[in-house]
Design a protein around this ligand. Structure first.
Ligand code: SAH
Length: 374
């Protein structure tokens, strides 16, 4: 039982819960009751697991068992409906998780928007942006999370827990509600690979998120891209490209020294895609740095013949970031160049810039004018 106190229930698979229940000398159907309470009802405390006999609940509480749902420390609500949550874990560290009703356009062109219909509450699908680490070790020069440095990996339970806490707060449930997940919050998921994969599995098998509605983004950890292609259950793959040649990419993303464009693009070309699946390449446009038509032509060359799409993100500014946002005309010219080269290219809508919730702005920013709506 000691491990229950350390690990909490969230993050344990059905098999692991079954083993625990047997250790307690309880019938194995208790494992199903736990799964239901933790992942579907999304209870906050062991006391709330009403399907367990009171005696067992008391015994578990005495042993220090917890559910492990992160605490919503703060909510920042944007004028565009985006909500940035500050989620606190048992050790007091926290990450950010973002709720985007209607998504951010990043899903365009991948089929997941098909069949949607606007519902009475004003959105037909929503996207949750999930964090994988506290801080980040990849030193991308345009990203605020990088300034935090790396604090620690999240456990599988902490990754799943962010989703459960947001679903509970928004009073929605997949699969009835169309929920997309993007593992594009704080951290580099492929540097916390095992926990991320376990979380993805639990989200599909127990929380009920549809596998094709999940996308993970990597800064380009090449060996893990290979591993990821072999996973029997996996989200779709997005790669943060962000530059069109090695010199520029190494400047912007120092990890390019280790895994350069040749290695990265080779891994992408070898990646086993499923029916109608495409790899997404994200490209942050920095004014006068990587956003010329020449850069766009280089990107087209890199991606030639690949089943790929490109998501352009005009820089979301932040304190301590030395770059600026290109004018709309430059963004459009870049997009048109890629489209003319036959590559489906979309511009991601910035969501929640006013509350520092947009791409690259996640940094536990509490010191902003917007009052938290608690
Ligand atoms: N570490 C992973 C997951 C984070 S995804 C990765 O790098 O892919 C976050 C996305 O936001 C990445 O595509 C990144 O390139 C982009 N991004 C980072 N900083 C940004 C900024 N200031 N403005 C716009 N996009 C940014």
């Amino acid at each position: 039982m000691a491990n229950v106190a350390q690990n909490a229930f969230l993050g344990l698979s059905r098999n692991e819960l079954t083993a625990l229940v047997e250790e307690w000398g309880e019938p194995s159907y208790r494992a199903s009751q736990l799964v239901e309470a933790i992942y579907r009802q999304r209870v906050e405390s062991v006391e709330q697991i009403s399907t367990l006999p009171q005696q067992l609940r008391s015994k578990l509480v005495k042993m220090g068992a917890t559910v492990g749902l992160p605490k919503i420390d703060k909510r920042f609500v944007s004028v565009d409906g985006t909500v940035r949550y500050l989620m606190e874990f048992a050790d007091g560290l926290s990450v950010e998780t973002v709720w985007m009703p209607e998504g951010d356009g990043g899903e365009a062109g991948d089929g997941s928007e098909a069949g949607d219909a606007i519902s009475a509450r004003g959105w037909d699908r929503a996207t949750i942006c999930v964090s994988s680490q506290v801080g980040c070790a990849v030193e991308c020069q345009f990203c605020l999370t990088a300034l935090l440095g790396m604090k620690r990996n999240l456990t599988a339970g902490e990754i799943v827990g962010q989703v459960c806490a947001v679903l509970k707060d928004q009073k929605v449930s997949p699969p009835q509600d169309r929920i997309n997940l993007v593992f594009m919050g704080m951290g580099e998921p492929f540097l916390n690979y095992d926990n991320f994969i376990k979380a993805a599995r639990l989200l599909v098998e127990e929380v009920g998120v549809a596998e094709p509605r999940m996308t993970v983004s990597t800064a380009g950890i090449v060996p893990r891209i290979h591993d990821f292609g072999l996973e029997p259950l996996r989200p779709k793959l997005a790669i943060s490209l962000n530059a069109s040649n090695d010199a520029a990419r190494t400047q912007l993303m120092p990890l390019n020294r280790k895994w350069d464009l040749e290695k990265l693009i080779a891994a992408a070309r070898e990646f086993p895609l499923r029916n109608r699946e495409r790899i997404t390449f994200e490209y942050v446009l920095l004014d006068g740095v990587n956003d010329s038509v020449m850069n766009a032509n280089e990107v087209a060359e890199l991606l030639r013949g690949m089943r790929a799409k490109v998501n352009l993100i005009a820089l979301n500014p932040g304190p301590g970031i030395q770059f600026s946002t290109p004018a709309e005309g430059r963004v459009n010219a870049f997009q048109q160049t890629l489209i003319r080269a036959g590559i489906p290219t979309f511009v991601r809508r910035p969501r929640g810039r006013d509350i520092f919730a947009a791409c690259g702005q996640l940094k536990r920013t509490v010191e902003i004018a917007t009052a938290p709506a608690v």
